[in-house]
Write a protein of this length. Structure first.
Lengths: 235, 497
């Protein structure tokens, strides 16, 4: 699918030949220069726990190398240690918001390929035993036609382990932060046997409050996982 | 969703009484239609929403069982949205065939690899397991109106002739191109034809490429046709489920219609580059009924259409003069050398500079068109040293509206712009210049539209139009010839004073 057109804006794209392009089709050769420039790779000073860029945060929301949100999560005995670390690729700016919304709400599956190279690098570095997508409810899955987190795993040629199932069906985005954090059970485990002493990498599209990922992390740890990290496109 | 053909009927998998071999709809060789059962108590709400449309199951707020019973009684049809021919896919909704616009995904609905169309994705995804649903039962009855047209204005001689040709097209269900110069008053030319169609209970659609135009036309039509139900459709509009006698829509929205209209008007056909033309033709063909009336409106038909007019292959009528009976300003070509090189050195060719200084000194407002945003950004600070209130505007400018308003309020002496202001926007008394008229972006139609910005008001019917260039192009010559020709025809027909 080497195309002359940008996968996102369909504008003509200048052909740059690179070695990675021969093996992996990632952002660098699927997007045109203008779109590529709008994707902001997360780098520099970031929260050691959730990858949030710290330079755009007021200093009163930073404690040491962590953002205040993560400090609060870790102080809460309910949630401390549920998620070991979140790795994120890009800042959740207006461009990425639009891109991800077209990807998952409009269902433009092929956009998953944009993130393949970056995801592959991060997955390799994390070296997990199991890669677990955040599941959708069956209603939501039918509505969208695919699970956006699972698609990310498939598009880098890994095998998703479906260890989680959703209990609640209401849309996350319609709930307030408080509701999301204090909801009791969001997921249940489908296959308890495979989890003990495993390093697990959760995949989701966006880290917003971190609540979804911690809910998943909590039951995975309870089931015996030794490490639970997460990898998201946006933070 | 998967379907089976069972007892010569298409049945969705969840409604099958027994286990049958199922397929995504695009993989079924034929989809049987059912005969109409006139005694079937159909749901009038479904009729209202679905008549003349082609919608997805997700767009219909009805249970699958109810939709299926309407199908089984011949009141609706399931159609494929994606036609698969070997490896090639065709989008039945938007007509796309280019493989670059298709992709596939492992689908949770049909549990197979599903091919989807990315071209019309924003209208709701269609894929090889997505049926298009349309109404095949009787249409809702049109409400006959006492007095349809409520308009006291009068038409110019040129408008009158065009108007009666439009009425004739409606009465004979034929095709017509209305070639009306910028400022001729083409909307008024439609009123009599639309009224004639509505009087017979026909459904009418006015389609235009731009949302701005839909928003501008809607109140005008509502005032002129006060007793008619009117739907105004654009991305995000609220009239989506309304069944209306008169629909004003962006050409994009036509994709949701299927064999709906008895009379269709397509405004600004020239606003499309040739490549998009095929897609537009497809959408128009799908949305109108077979053998219905079709009127195209344009100020600048493309080469192909002009030739078809000249060789009498296309029925057309021209309004070669403006309603105020003054001739169109004719562009003057001025060679200005390598202006881009000048810009690099933060300079302007002296004739361009003089033209601008002259406007500033005389206090006459002007629009200056520049091919690229980057060049415009280079030019702006240069000109602002001449006058601090000079501004620039382009398509993605967040302050576009405000800047245009400032121009209207005469707070801006000179507004620099890309082709975004080439059409639609009218300032009563301005001069117009193009810097770099040789650029490919300035096609014949763009240049005619740009020249058409000047002399719009009857109080200021003339205006200077200058094309500064670094090498005259064929598009420039054609544009000027088109304008000269229109003035000549206008004079011959006694439409100019």
């Amino acid at each position: 699918m080497f195309s002359e057109r940008c996968l996102y804006c369909h504008g003509k794209k200048e052909q740059a030949v690179s070695w990675t392009a021969l093996f992996w089709k990632g952002e660098s050769d699927l997007l045109c220069g203008a779109c590529k420039a709008k994707l902001m790779v997360i780098h520099g000073d970031i929260c050691s726990m959730c990858s949030r860029p710290l330079d755009e945060l007021d200093s009163k929301f930073i404690e040491g190398d962590r953002c205040l949100d993560c400090v609060r999560w870790e102080k809460d005995s309910n949630w401390s240690g549920c998620l070991d670390k979140n790795i994120a690729l890009y800042s959740y700016n207006d461009f990425l918001k639009e891109l991800l919304s077209r990807y998952k709400f409009r269902g433009d599956y092929v956009l998953a390929k944009i993130f393949a190279v970056q995801l592959q690098t991060k997955i390799k570095r994390a070296a997990p035993d199991l890669i677990v997508p955040i599941p959708l409810s069956s209603e939501r899955l039918y509505e969208r036609g695919f699970n956006q987190s699972e698609a990310l795993i498939i598009e880098v040629n890994h095998t998703p382990s479906h260890l989680l199932e959703r209990i609640h069906t209401e849309k996350q985005s319609k709930k307030s932060r408080d509701e999301r954090i204090h909801l009791q059970q969001v997921f249940k485990i489908t296959d308890t046997d495979t989890i003990a002493s495993k390093k697990i990498l959760l995949i989701d599209d966006i880290y917003t409050t971190g609540s979804t990922l911690r809910h998943a992390g909590k039951i995975l740890k309870q089931a015996g996982a030794t490490q639970v990290q997460s990898l998201t496109i946006a933070r | 969703m998967r379907f089976a053909v069972y007892n010569n009927r298409l049945v969705p998998e969840p409604l099958l009484p027994s286990a049958e071999k199922t397929e995504p709809i695009s993989k079924l060789p034929t989809i049987p239609l059912q005969p109409l059962n006139p005694d079937f108590p159909f749901n009038p709400d479904l009729q209202t929403i679905l008549t003349g449309k082609q919608l997805l199951l997700d767009e219909l707020p009805f249970e699958l069982e109810e939709i299926q019973t309407h199908y089984e009684n011949g009141f609706l049809a399931y159609r494929k949205s994606i036609e698969l021919k070997g490896k090639q896919a065709i989008c039945i909704r938007c007509g796309t065939k280019d493989p670059a616009w298709f992709a596939s995904y492992p689908c949770a609905r049909c549990k197979e690899s599903c091919t989807y169309c990315r071209q019309c994705l924003m209208m709701g995804r269609v894929s090889s397991c997505t049926p298009l649903i349309s109404w095949t039962g009787p249409e809702p009855e049109a409400q006959p109106a006492e007095r349809i047209l409520n308009w006291a204005g009068s038409l110019s001689k040129g408008q009158k002739e065009a108007s009666s040709r439009v009425v004739e097209a409606v009465e004979t269900d034929s095709e017509l191109l209305v070639w009306a110069v910028c400022g001729a008053g083409k909307t008024e030319v439609l009123f009599a034809g639309i009224a004639a169609a509505l009087a017979e209970g026909k459904r009418v659609c006015v389609a235009t490429p731009r949302t701005d135009v839909v928003l501008e036309l809607t109140p005008r039509f509502k005032a002129v046709f006060p007793h008619t139900t009117i739907a105004s459709l654009y991305g995000g509009s609220e009239d989506r489920q309304k069944h209306a006698q008169l629909t004003i829509a962006t050409t994009h929205q036509l994709l949701r219609f299927y064999q709906a209209f008895d009379f269709m008007v397509v405004d600004e056909v020239d606003a499309f580059p040739y490549s998009v033309d095929a897609a537009l033709q497809y959408a128009v063909k799908q949305a109108r009924k077979q053998g219905s009336a079709l009127v195209f409106l344009t100020a600048t038909p493309n080469q192909k259409w002009q030739q078809e007019c000249l060789s009498k292959k296309r029925a057309f009528v021209t309004i070669p003069a403006r309603y105020h009976r003054f001739p169109l300003p004719v562009p003057v070509f001025v060679w200005c050398g390598n202006w881009q090189k000048h810009l690099q050195k933060n300079k302007l060719p002296s004739n361009v500079l003089n033209w601008i200084k002259h406007r500033i000194n005389s206090g006459n407002q002007a629009l200056v068109f520049v091919p690229q945003i980057e060049q415009m950004e280079k030019l702006l600070p240069l000109l602002q040293t001449l006058h601090p209130d000079i501004l620039s505007v382009h398509a993605e400018d967040p302050y576009r509206k405000e800047k245009v308003q400032k121009m209207r309020n005469k707070e801006v002496p000179i507004l620099l712009t890309t082709t975004i202001l080439e059409r639609g926007v009218t300032f009563p008394n301005i001069d117009v210049a193009v810097l770099g008229a040789e650029d490919r972006i300035f096609a014949e139609s763009a240049l005619v539209q740009i020249a058409g910005r000047a002399g719009r008001s009857k109080n200021f019917p003339s205006g200077d139009v200058t094309f500064f260039h670094y090498g005259k192009t064929e598009a420039m010559v054609r544009a000027r010839n088109q304008i000269l020709k229109m003035n000549q025809v206008g004079k011959q027909r006694g439409l100019l004073d």
